[in-house]
Each structure stands twice: as structure tokens, then as C-alpha cells.
Design a protein around this ligand. Sequence first.
Ligand SMILES: CC(=O)Nc1ccn([C@@H]2O[C@H](CO)[C@@H](O)[C@H]2O)c(=O)n1
Length: 102
Amino acid sequence: MQKITFFKRFVDDILAERKTITIRDASEANVSAGDILEVSTLEEGRWFCRLQVLSLTPVNLEDLTPLHAAQENMGLPELKQLIREIYPQQDYFYVIHFVLVK
Ligand SMILES: CC(=O)Nc1ccn([C@@H]2O[C@H](CO)[C@@H](O)[C@H]2O)c(=O)n1
């Protein structure tokens, strides 16, 4: 069984399908299209849904676009700042595009 965690502040957006991607570094991107992920909060380990991976796409931080931000339900400056906070030392990431399993 594959697992992934999210900060709990994103639970509502994921369950409402407003957030349909996550951007992770290589250590957290060991997934492939078609995989089903069991999803829980980082803070409490509370399970809250299953996601199916649609695609895995490499991206550089500087190449993120407003479309990526829209898929995160945020603005581009906010998204870049967030990634900088979570991954201060990295520039190279993977976009995990997913769909909520119902
Ligand atoms: C909990 C954990 O282990 N790690 C992460 C790493 C990232 N993210 C979110 O993915 C998007 C791009 O990074 C943004 O929405 C981030 O806040 C997350 O929720 N949890």
C-alpha cells in the first residue's frame, strides 16, 4: 500500500477537488500513473481519502506557471513561497497530478 501525507490545512481543498496537484521533491515522488495512494495528514496521521495518480511530471521551481498555482488553488507567488519554505535547498521537483477516488 502506498501512502502520502499532506499538511492538514489542505484537507478541505483536496476533498472538494479544488487542489488536484502536489509538488514534491524526488524523495517524495516515488509514484507512477495509476497508483492509488492512501492519504493522511502529516500532523496527526489522520487518514482522509484515497487519491489516484494521473501523472508525474518533473518541473523546475522557476518554471512553475499560474496553471500550476490554479491546480493548487492558490496564486503563483504564494505557491513559490510555500515551496521555498518546505524545500529551502531544492530547485528541482515533480508535479503529482491526482484525482480523488470516490
Ligand atoms: C506533509 C508532507 O510530508 N509534505 C508536504 C509537501 C507539500 N505539500 C503541499 O504540496 C504542494 C506543493 O508542495 C503545496 O500545496 C504544499 O503545501 C504538503 O501538503 N505536504
